[in-house]
Every structure is written in C-alpha cells, then in structure tokens.
Design a protein around this ligand. Structure first.
Ligand SMILES: [Zn+2]
Ligand SMILES: [Zn+2]
Length: 213
C-alpha cells in the first residue's frame, strides 16, 4: 500500500480504522478508548470537503468539518457555502468553526466546537467559554493525535497503526484539499486545485450573468 496523499489512500485510512475496530466519534465529550475523531480543517476548498464527506458517508464514517467564516478562499455565507453546510449535515457529519483568532463567530450554523486556524502556542490549547477547543486538554495530546500538515505526517502515516488498533483513541486531522486534488507534491496538488477553481470561477461568472460570449 502506498501512502500517497490521494483519495484512494484516504479511503484506505477509513477502512483501516474500521478494521481496527474504531468507533467514529465527535467532539461532544472527551474521547474514550476505541474512539476515532475525524477532524477536517477546511482551509481552501468547499468542493474538496464535500468530496471527502461523500466518501466517508458511503464508508459509514462520520467526521467533524471545521469551516471558516473569514476565509479568503471561500464564502460560507454565499449560496454555494450554504449548500455545502446543508450537504455536510445531510451526510451525517458535524460542523464546527475553523476560527481566525481572536474572532469567535460561533453562530447557529456551527456546533459548539472550535479549531483555531494557524494558532499561536499562546492560545492554541486554551479552553473556551461555552465551546470545546479541539486542542484543549482531554481532547488533545501528542500520543493521540496525527495530522497531515502540508502532506507531511510527523510520525508517519497512521494506517497500519489504525488497522492494528494501536491507538487507544485518536484525533486525526486531515485537510480535504490535500487528498482530493491530484499531485505528488504540495505544489502540484495546489496547482490542481487552482485549475479546478478556475473552471468553477467560469461557471460562477456565468451564474452571475457575466457575458462570456
Ligand atoms: Zn498509509
Ligand atoms: Zn486552517
């Protein structure tokens, strides 16, 4: 099995978790033995989030998608953004806030759970009033956490350990765009995403009644 950052291997990670006997859990209580908390920080692409969400739903997996209200790459308040929110919920996933410090726009669109975007060490693990911080004590510790940052697993791809039930519990952070768009490097993957977004923008222009004739 090659540990590529592609949609096939993402599916294999989910299958590995099922083989390892993990239960898919949300951030609504401190993780218990045997639980896998799938966390997705959606930094760049709502389309990629929906692609991953559909794959997970088909595999019987549930995740928490953390969406931004202050992204420069997508607008959650647009009709497109609202459709994605509804679709993620319809697929059985939860939606949390991917917040830009110090703004906590925790309105009715979100469950009471927050993941800071690019956090500084100073506030990263601080508990919040009335909401779970995914990195607060009880939800995060280094032995029970893996992340795919920039197509790099600091402690190696977790699929083998998942299949063997090697984690007592795990918070697994993945970024949908890294897996959905093809490319052997982060740069190639981002180029694929930008190509796809350009196609989307042409449709958006037409939808906005711009004359492209
Ligand atoms: Zn792997
Ligand atoms: Zn982020």
């Amino acid at each position: 099995m090659s540990c590529a950052f592609d949609i096939d291997h993402y599916g294999e990670l989910i299958e590995a978790a099922k083989a390892g006997g993990y239960r898919f859990a949300f951030f609504d209580g401190e993780p218990q033995s045997g639980e896998l908390l799938l966390r997705h920080d959606v930094d760049l692409s709502l389309d990629a989030a929906v692609t991953l969400a559909e794959l997970e739903a088909a595999a019987g997996a549930q995740a928490t998608y953390f969406l931004m209200t202050r992204s420069v790459f997508y607008n959650l308040a647009s009709a497109e953004g609202e459709r994605v929110l509804a679709r993620l919920r319809e697929l059985g996933h939860r939606v949390g806030l991917h917040a830009v410090h110090p703004h906590l726009d925790l309105d009715g669109r979100f469950d009471r759970v927050v993941a800071w975007h690019n956090p500084d060490a100073g506030f990263m693990r601080e508990p919040l009033d009335g909401a779970v911080n995914v990195m607060q004590p009880g939800y995060f510790d280094p032995d029970h956490y893996r992340s795919d940052s920039n197509q790099h697993w600091r402690s190696g791809c977790p699929h083998e350990q998942l299949a063997a039930g090697g984690f007592d519990w795990l918070q697994l952070l993945t970024h949908p765009e890294i897996w959905v768009y093809p490319g052997a490097t982060m740069r190639e993957t981002m180029a694929s995403m930008l190509d796809a977004e350009r196609e989307r923008d042409i449709t958006r222009l037409a939808d906005d009644r711009i004359d492209l004739g």
